[in-house]
Write a protein of this length. Structure first.
Length: 70
């Protein structure tokens, strides 16, 4: 298992957390996603390391901006 935490800007509520979580969970191999609007942190657990660009694309699709790894 691989766990990586990312910093995301623009999340401000539970709806934001849900939107980011839903998109990132769609990445193949991702098993768990925890998004926290208060801190802007998104923790991704997957079977193998996830490509940062795949996470960036998923966060962008949700309407937010990936700043980078936390």
């Amino acid at each position: 298992m691989s766990t990586t935490t990312y910093k995301v800007s623009g999340m401000s509520c539970g709806h934001c957390e849900g939107a980011v979580t839903a998109e990132v969970k769609g990445i193949p191999g991702v098993t768990e996603v925890t998004a926290v609007a208060a801190t802007g942190l998104v923790t991704v657990t997957a079977e193998a390391p996830v490509d940062d660009e795949a996470v960036r694309a998923a966060v962008d699709e949700a309407g937010y901006e990936l700043i980078g790894r936390a």
